[in-house]
Ligand binder design. Structure first.
Ligand code: URA
Length: 272
């Protein structure tokens, strides 16, 4: 890793946003190798010892994991009710990673886990609007006008939704079901379910299949793999962030049929 700007290092360590980190620096709250640094252009190497308000800043290897969350798993690192959580699937990862956004307990699909605080902030910030695509199944045959309502935006209790891309997949007349995909860039709580409630067709099945450039391709439920460097760069670019010095390890798929037995990496590679 080469030298990087102090504010960027602080933001990547999850201490603060880059702008807040700049304020910390100019306020004299940041020390590098024991000396207060107030200069915003200051660059630091990978071994610099940084403190903010007298507390050491932990600089872990940046880790980016793509996880296929099954249904019945909570998107937190700990569940007070003792339900299965995302943490059960990444027990053998030494870095402390956190989910970027969340999926409901009963939603399955793509979830990004990382310790890159800057990317997390950027991806979950409404103004950046990373596209997220969901596969939706609802009981009944949904008329086109209702799908058009989702396309235009619907009025939820927390305001109008932005226009969505909605693609009808099929009408299953035998099972009396409609399948379609919805792409949104907002990340409101239970947004897709609430949008479908609004048009009178509550969701029966929901799966996130795409987030920015990331897809579920090659992963099975419970699988987890590290991102390729190119994927990290593309994600950061998508969010308007500078390129990051990321790890050069080859991503491998982790098989995780049972969450507590995730120990080894298999040799199976995932094609992009
Ligand atoms: N929208 C929902 O309703 N639920 C999710 O888990 C994600 C998006």
């Amino acid at each position: 890793m080469t030298e990087e700007r102090l504010q960027k290092v602080l933001a990547q360590a999850g201490v603060a946003s880059r702008r807040e980190a700049e304020e910390y620096i100019t306020a004299g709250r940041v020390k590098v190798n024991g000396k207060v640094v107030k200069e915003l252009g200051t660059k630091v190497g990978p071994n610099a010892f940084i403190m903010v308000d007298g507390k050491p800043v932990r600089r872990e290897r940046k880790t980016y994991l793509l996880f296929y969350k099954p249904r019945g798993v909570v998107t937190t690192m700990k569940d007070p009710e003792g339900r299965r959580s995302v943490a059960d699937y990444v027990k053998d990862i030494p870095q402390r990673v956190f989910p970027v956004g969340r999926l409901d307990y009963n939603t399955e699909g793509l979830l990004l886990l990382t310790n890159d605080g800057e990317l997390t902030q950027a991806m979950t910030h409404p103004s950046h609007g990373v596209n997220k695509t969901y596969e939706v199944t609802v009981p009944g045959i949904v008329p086109q006008e209702k799908l058009d309502m989702l396309r235009m935006g619907v009025k939820l209790e927390d305001g109008m939704t932005a226009p969505a891309i909605v693609d009808l997949q099929d009408y299953d007349y035998e099972k009396n079901l409609t399948r379609f995909t919805v792409t949104i860039h907002e990340g409101r709580n239970r947004q897709v379910r609430r949008m479908c409630d609004y048009i009178g067709f509550p969701v029966r099945y929901l799966r996130r299949i795409k987030m920015g450039i990331l897809t579920l391709n090659g992963l099975r439920r419970g699988d987890c793999r590290e991102l390729f460097d190119e994927e990290v760069e593309a994600l950061r670019k998508d969010c308007g962030l500078e390129s990051a010095a990321v790890n050069k390890r080859q991503p491998a798929v982790r098989k995780a049929e049972k969450p507590n037995t995730v120990k080894t990496e298999t040799k199976r590679r995932v094609k992009k």
